[in-house]
Write a protein that binds this ligand. Structure first.
Ligand SMILES: CC(=O)N[C@H]1[C@@H](OP(=O)(O)OP(=O)(O)OC[C@H]2O[C@@H](n3ccc(=O)[nH]c3=O)[C@H](O)[C@@H]2O)O[C@H](CO)[C@@H](O)[C@@H]1O
Ligand SMILES: C=C(OP(=O)(O)O)C(=O)O
Length: 433
């Protein structure tokens, strides 16, 4: 079994470089299917398991995909298949993002229903509402969603009930090749939406308003491959910001874009963390004592749900009573049980948790319940007394490249090992990774 073993007590110092954003590259790769002529060249691509998974989805759909030196080249000019089976969607929910592209290109898309996951039920009704408004007939049955349209999709006005990131992206992609104008209202404003719009416009699409609450897309008959550089990962950057703060360290997070991180910076400043903007990134200086604060997760530019568990690790170390309210996902508190194993004093009340700190965290054997929880447990381990062993690292590998190596380079006492049980002595043996 693979584990990260971390011994608490080291202040982090030095420089860490942020990778390209997972949540930007996945929709961009899905969008590359829209190019019926020319190759798409995507740079700054992180070597994450989710990226390998979506590449496999594209290959299954008959696109050619190469991935070397953080660069992906996609040639989607051949005729594409229409179906993304369960084996891919089960591994990674973001596989549903190929639906908009396939429907726009082929007039037909059949995708396995993604189902729930560790952070909530995560329906895709808003995606489907958009496709239907554009003239698609959508049927759900036998574990699949089947969407079909006669001829081209038609531009439409779509109001989202909630500014869903995935629905905004999927409908945006579908609308690029529709006949006429699509106006999307109450859309997500995340930086990843802007990155996707820039990529689509590079392909020849006419997308305006990304980053605001209304996006207007004038459909074009054809899209072409283009070159694109993925934006830096604000959640990876934020995770290292917390790593610096929790250890009372001094770390330059290279590539962090302060404008993408304003809510996190504001809340960490309230806790007493100091920030200095430098030419190539953001310097984070952790204080001796952290102050308790309240946080509510919201769609961008509100506080990101993907930083909620890492902030829980930080608030456990703050003096006083803090409250975190999760409004984006209905069940994103699975990590609370694991923090309790480390001596965390946390109460769950409905969609909020109450944290009483500062906690003297104790090293323990803990299990990652989702991607960000994995990172958060490692962050707690950086300041816990003794050894913390974090398992279920498949979650971590979806969203962090060489997490333990990057922390070790900053001075953390951390290693990743594969433990096998010796058949004769029945003892666990560590094999370093
Ligand atoms: C690959 C990717 O980019 N993932 C991010 C994306 O996920 P994702 O795009 O799945 O998240 P959404 O913004 O769609 O979901 C937000 C909320 O809306 C609900 N909802 C969504 C769609 C829908 O049709 N109906 C519906 O009810 C969801 O159940 C959830 O409660 O945005 C989330 C919110 O910032 C982040 O946590 C994820 O890291
Ligand atoms: C929840 C996340 O991702 P996904 O939507 O891919 O599950 C995340 O990045 O924290």
């Amino acid at each position: 079994m693979e584990k990260i073993i971390v011994r608490g007590g080291q202040r982090l110092n030095g420089t860490v470089k942020v990778e390209g954003a997972k949540n930007a590259v996945l929709p961009v790769i899905a969008a590359s299917l829209l190019a019926s002529e020319g190759k798409s060249v995507i740079n700054e691509v992180p070597t994450l398991s989710d990226v390998y998974t979506i590449n496999e989805v594209l290959r299954y759909l008959n696109a050619e995909v190469s991935f070397e030196n953080n660069q992906i080249v996609v040639n989607a000019s051949r005729e594409l298949k229409t179906e993304a089976p369960f084996e891919y969607v089960r591994k990674m929910r973001a596989s549903v993002l190929v639906m908009g592209s396939l429907l726009a290109r082929n007039g037909h898309a059949k995708i396995a229903l993604p189902g729930g996951c560790a952070i909530g039920s995560r329906p895709i009704d808003q995606h489907l509402k958009g496709f239907e408004a554009m003239g698609a007939k959508v049927k759900v049955g036998n574990g699949y969603i089947d969407a079909k349209v006669d001829g081209r999709l038609k531009g439409a006005k779509v109001y989202l009930d909630f500014p869903s990131v995935g629905a905004t992206e999927n409908i945006m992609m579908a609308a690029t090749l529709a006949e006429g104008i699509t106006v999307l209202e109450n859309v997500a404003k995340e930086p990843e939406i802007v990155d996707l719009a820039n990529f689509l416009n590079g392909m020849g699409a006419k997308v305006r308003g990304a980053g605001t609450g209304t996006i207007r897309i004038e459909g074009v008959p054809k899209l072409y491959g283009t070159q694109h550089n993925i934006i830096p990962d604000r959640i990876e950057a934020g995770t290292f910001m917390v790593a610096a703060a929790i250890t009372g360290g001094n770390v330059l997070v290279r590539g962090a874009v302060p404008e993408h991180l304003s809510s996190l910076i504001a809340k960490m400043e309230e806790m007493g963390v100091e920030f200095v903007e430098e030419n190539d990134g953001l310097r984070v200086i952790g204080p001796e004592n952290l102050k308790a604060i309240d946080i509510k997760t919201m769609p961008h530019p509100g506080f990101p749900t993907d930083m909620q568990s890492q902030m829980m690790a930080l608030l456990l170390r703050a003096k006083g009573t803090s409250m975190i309210t999760e409004t984006v996902f209905e069940n994103r508190f699975m990590h609370v049980e694991e923090f309790r194993r480390m001596n965390g004093n946390i109460k769950i009340e409905g969609r909020s948790v109450i944290i009483n700190g500062p906690t003297e965290l104790q090293g323990a054997e803990v299990s990652a319940t989702d991607l960000r929880a994995a990172a958060a447990l490692v962050l707690s381990g950086l300041v816990a007394d003794g050894y913390t062993r974090v398992t279920e690292l498949k979650h971590l590998d979806r969203g962090y490249v060489n997490f333990h190596d990057k922390l070790a380079a900053l001075g953390a006492d951390i290693e990743r090992v594969t433990e096998v049980v010796d058949s004769e002595s029945n003892e666990e043996i560590n094999i370093n990774m």
